[in-house]
Design a protein around this ligand. Sequence first.
Ligand SMILES: [Fe+2]
Length: 193
Amino acid sequence: MDKEKIRAGVVESLPLIREIQNETLRNQVIDAWTLALSENEYTSIEEMEGSGKPGGYTLGNQAQHILCVTRMALAMAEIISDTYQKDMQIDRDMLLAAGLCHDVGKPYEYHPTKRALWSAMPEKYGNPPLRHTLYGVYIAMTVGLPEEIVHVCGCHSPEGELVQRSLLATIIHHADKASWRIPGCYDRFRFDN
Ligand SMILES: [Fe+2]
């Protein structure tokens, strides 16, 4: 599929992109997903199963996951600010971009054909060679996303335990965890016994 079709599909998959007011940032978010998908044999975000890592607990697809995390992040920031009357100086555009881009490296970690090679020869390649966090950093830097968003891509997951997470990365980290653990808890109690 040509890149323009993939690009148009990114906005269809993640309609919250349209809420980013800053045109440069909005285009960088679209560029990031277009690059990540097209470099890894994917044409849409929905083609990836919804899970934190391949083979993990699965719920819906990755586009639903990204939207769920972004919406929870916006809600958490708003509720905490309102409840405590605390202006945390959160830029809504940046929080949107952080949520929408946090897993932009997943098309690599979920690669449709390379995964079989990685699992067959981990002593040569590592399995995976890079997690989505590291690949996400590469994508975010390549398209020129701000350093704050690069940090979220790289540090929303356990990699962030080795540094001090920013406020944006902290919000996304908790929204991300909740998005798997809450339905995962329900589904395990319901179906695993
Ligand atoms: Fe995530």
